[in-house]
Design a protein around this ligand. Structure first.
Ligand code: 13P
Length: 255
């Protein structure tokens, strides 16, 4: 694993106690075992992707781990109303971007080809891409998960050549926010296939595959214990600082 990561994806939400509440009351004071002052290296595998509007506040209050965005423009600058460019997010201290989340695919018609363009921008600008792929319940039930993932990966990664790290987040659409997950063995096998497929279609120095979809304090460790699961992308449970830190601690224990 060159770059395992546990990422909080807050989506369009702010934790109920606000950002300072999330950090001070829930995350930090909830865990006495971690010496937050002296162990900033402890957070080197933690990423947080808040709404872009809250990047500065978060960075000012919590100067650890990686800051990231939930999406990025495929354009570099200019008349693209609503977009935020790679240079702009770098200026805010971000070092990764989630790309092609299933919610962007569903609500904004984002296609694999758009995700591929964004991937190229990220690699060029030195932003670590966290590329989301995943299947619908219908596809899962039909036993066609690997076929769909292969199509997604080919459309996004073919002919990519880079010495940088790419992170792929396997997020079955039916597992997101549903409380349902595939078994840890299933996820482990799928991650192995994802790594094999990407190695066969692209020239990427390091590929890490993380899992997302209903990860919580109770099930996180069993995912992290699998050899091909290099971390997690966490939605709902990341809004509770205590839960998110608990998941992160589980991850650190299994490294
Ligand atoms: P949940 O953890 O809420 O299922 O969300 C997963 C997700 O979409 C992370 O990007």
């Amino acid at each position: 694993m060159s770059h395992p990561l546990v990422i909080a994806n807050w989506k369009m939400n702010i934790p109920s106690g606000g950002i300072s509440g999330w950090i001070q009351n829930e995350m930090i004071s909830s865990n006495d075992e971690v010496d937050f002052e002296n162990k900033s290296s402890y957070f080197k595998f933690m990423g947080i992707a808040p709404p872009t509007s809250h990047l500065t506040e978060l960075r000012n209050l919590f100067n650890f781990g990686f800051l990231g965005v939930q999406d990025i423009s495929k354009y570099y600058d200019g008349a693209k109303t609503g977009d935020i460019s790679a240079d702009m997010v770098i200026e805010k201290g971000c070092s990764f971007s989630i790309l092609g989340h299933s919610e962007r695919r569903e609500f904004y018609n984002e296609t694999n080809s758009i995700v591929s363009e964004k991937l190229r921008v990220c690699l060029e600008k030195d932003i670590m891409p966290v590329v989301c792929i995943g299947e619908s319940l219908e596809i899962y039930n039909a036993g066609k998960t690997l076929d769909i993932l292969e199509i997604q990966l080919k459309e996004i990664f073919t002919s990519i050549s880079t010495k940088k790290t790419a992170v792929i987040a396997y997020e079955p659409v039916w597992a997101i926010g549903s409380g349902k997950t595939p078994t840890t063995d299933e996820v482990n096998n799928i991650h192995q296939h994802i790594k094999d497929i990407v190695q066969s279609i692209a020239n990427i120095e390091a590929v890490n595959v993380i899992y997302g979809g209903s990860v919580n304090c109770d099930n996180a460790k069993s995912f992290f214990q699998q050899t091909n699961i290099d971390g997690a992308l966490i939605g709902g449970a990341s809004l509770d600082g205590k839960d998110f830190l608990g998941i992160y601690n589980d991850f650190m224990e299994t490294l």
